[in-house]
Design a protein around this ligand. Structure first.
Ligand SMILES: [Zn+2]
Length: 289
């Protein structure tokens, strides 16, 4: 887009295309603004429906995750990203209960989605259909002892578990606690994928000898201070667009090695997303208005 703005002071031949792109760009950020201004969920029918794809969709009949529950506390309350499909909010509560039962600690929950899902102005390309949640890796002793204040939930920082320059786990932040949580989450049937930094996946492959439960743990850029759980399209959500199924193996193979190649670190590899989003499904327009 920057090149587009520059084109107005250099050659003329791309100006028309650039003008169109800029208009689309502004209309897409306008669309994101509309979704972020909505403060309540809305239901088009009697059951909750995730509509469209994880990166281009919305959620009808979302429920709000209570801000505290057994084994978890919700962070960044001011962002109002505590909404999701009831299957997602139920999953988080179940995971928290397991974590509490096994005395692993308290999960700090980051973003789910907006009240009706849809594109956001900041932070995410996915999380649009109420089926994604970010969970911090940080283990907080304070959260284990008491409820965090609203101010703490705004200002506490999610520490990275990966050393910035050496592609190794930061063992000051990483303990067996995080491994236990990932293990429990990966075994829950509604979970389809869990995104973590490639360094974490590589370390888990080593420590657990490429065990089958690692299959759902997927390497992805960033995800060094939180993991991202993606729930499969719920039953009877006919407008929910599924992703291609995962390969059956643990993913501790050549595919993982690619993440540590020179090619993976090129900017072109990181920019896998189109610069302009496609139009949202028609049902989402109905949901917004
Ligand atoms: Zn996420």
């Amino acid at each position: 887009m920057k090149a587009c703005y520059q084109s107005f002071i250099t050659p003329k031949k791309n100006q028309y295309i650039c003008l169109m792109l800029i208009m689309l760009w502004h209309s897409s950020s306008w669309a994101a603004t509309s979704w972020s201004l909505v403060t309540t969920p809305k239901a088009l029918g009697s059951t909750a429906q995730s509509i469209g794809s994880y990166t281009n969709g919305c959620i009808s009949g979302a429920s709000a995750l209570p801000i505290n529950g057994a084994g978890y506390q919700l962070m960044r309350l001011s962002r109002q990203r505590m909404y999701g499909h009831p299957v997602l909010t139920h999953f988080i509560q179940q995971l928290g209960e397991r974590v509490a039962q096994e005395k692993i600690g308290v999960l700090l929950i980051g973003d789910l989605g907006q009240p009706r899902g849809g594109p956001t102005l900041t932070g995410h390309r996915s999380h649009q259909t109420g089926l994604d949640v970010d969970i911090w890796f940080l283990h907080s002793q304070q959260a284990q002892e008491r409820l965090l204040s609203s101010a703490e939930r705004e200002t506490m920082q999610a520490a990275s578990v990966v050393k910035t320059h050496s592609a190794e786990l930061n063992l000051a932040q990483w303990t067996v606690r995080q491994e236990k949580v990932l293990h429990i989450a990966a075994q829950m049937p509604e979970v389809e994928r869990i995104f973590v930094n490639p360094v974490i996946k590589r370390e888990l492959c080593k420590r657990y000898n490429a065990a089958q439960w690692l299959r759902k743990i997927r390497p992805w850029w960033k995800h060094d201070d939180h993991f991202h759980v993606r729930i499969a399209c719920p039953a009877n959500n006919t407008h929910c667009e599924k992703q291609a199924p995962l390969p059956m193996d643990s993913g501790c193979d050549a595919g993982l090695a690619w993440w540590f190649s020179a090619e993976a670190s090129k900017p072109a590899a990181k920019a896998q997303q189109p610069s302009l989003p496609p139009p949202l499904p028609l049902l989402c327009k109905e949901l917004l208005h």
